[in-house]
Structures are given as C-alpha cells and as structure tokens.
Ligand binder design. Sequence first.
Ligand SMILES: Nc1ncnc2c1ncn2[C@@H]1O[C@H](COP(=O)(O)OP(=O)(O)OP(=O)(O)O)[C@@H](O)[C@H]1O
Length: 228
Amino acid sequence: MIEVEDVTVSLGGRRVLDSLRLSLPERRIGIVGRNGSGKSTLARAIAGLIVPEAGRVTIGGADMARDRRAALRSVGILFQNPDHQIIFPTVEEELAFGLRQLGRDPAGAAEMLVRFGRADWAGRPVAELSQGQRHLVCLMAVLAMRPRVILFDEPFSGLDIPTTRALRALVAGLEETVIQITHDPAAIDGYDRVVWIDAGTVRADGPPAAVLPAYLAEMEAPDAERLA
Ligand SMILES: Nc1ncnc2c1ncn2[C@@H]1O[C@H](COP(=O)(O)OP(=O)(O)OP(=O)(O)O)[C@@H](O)[C@H]1O
C-alpha cells in the first residue's frame, strides 16, 4: 500500500508538489497531466529519490525518503530515457548491480536474461543495443530486484509500434503494482485508477472512464494551446 501523505516539494524555489495526499492500493495506476505539472517529481518522491520538505511517502509503512534500503527493495523506476539509468558497460553487469546493492545473489541477472529469452545478451555491450533493447535491459534490471511497485515514467516515447506493443504486453503481464506516467490515454485505458496531476495538486482521481474523458476534453480545448 502506497501512502502519499501531504507531500510538498519545491525545486528551484518553485512549489512543484503542494500537500499532495493519495492512498494508492490499486495494482494499475496511471498518472496524467500537462508538461511540468509534477508527475515525474511525484514518481521520484514515491521512489524515495526526493526528500519532501513536508510530508512523506510510505510503502508498507516504510518511509521511502529516509529508509533507502526499503526504498530499493520496494520500488523500481524506469525513466523515459534508458541512458539516464544504465551505468555499466555490459548487460549482465547492469542487471547484477541492483542485486548486489540489495545483498542478493548476482546470479539472478543471468536468470532474468533467460526468462526473457535474452541469455545471449549477457556479455553484450549496452552501447551496441538499440533504444528499445536498452529499455528492455532497464526493465529486466528493475524486475531482477523484485520490487513491489514499478514506476514507469513515460517509458515508451521514441519507441516504434512493435517495440511499444511488446513492452506494453510485458508490463500488462507483471504481477507487481504498476504506476505509469503517460501522455497517451490509450496506454492506461484498462487501469484500475487514473490520477490527473495539475500544478502539483490532484485535479481528478478515479477510474479511467471518469478521469480520462475530462482530461482529454481539457487538453483538446482551444485555450489549452499554450506551452506549459
Ligand atoms: N531539478 C529541478 N530544478 C528546478 N526545477 C525543477 C527541477 N526538476 C523539475 N523542476 C520543475 O518542476 C516542475 C515539475 O517538473 P516534473 O518533471 O515533475 O513535471 P512533469 O509533470 O513530469 O512534466 P513532463 O510531462 O514534461 O515530464 C517543472 O516546472 C520543472 O521545471
């Protein structure tokens, strides 16, 4: 159970999240909102990568910003650009890193490659993989750590249609709780819940059928055509 308890975050002197309060027990949660509305900041706060100036995020009772070990065990995060999270030169080293951080057997990296039919990637230099393949490396690295929650921060932009479909099918089959930030309403259509973030607060929150039409109507309104 993820609890966002009155979280306030300011960045560069601006309030980016404003006393945000959310209980998130669902397994599939979409987050939508305009550019700059605070979605990625919320994702980072949930993953414990940002210390809120007020409030806290807990998962299973552990404070994500203060208990780094619990945060590493509980939440995996996938960024839009895989190059922002890949550190190691080869695929297997990348997958083994998180396991070592958790004090787990790095052999789990090879098992994960087998599970995805990519055992031959073990020694492959990450730099030789395509962007879609690097996304898959990031997903495997996160899954290998067996987090309870996986956060996807617009992971599919820039990917071709078959790669997007393949990764979406993978995500759909995950047992873990998935929180997906997206600008594509179709990506979260069948989700349990959609939270619309606007200027660091919750603008609307509920099932996709209730939130997405209102969100789309506002995004497509003529006066919405201004840069965020
Ligand atoms: N490191 C930073 N320093 C100062 N301001 C920041 C920093 N990171 C983000 N911001 C600001 O915080 C606000 C929210 O950013 P955030 O990345 O959370 O938005 P977002 O909803 O994810 O946007 P997008 O849809 O464009 O990815 C923006 O106004 C952004 O300029």
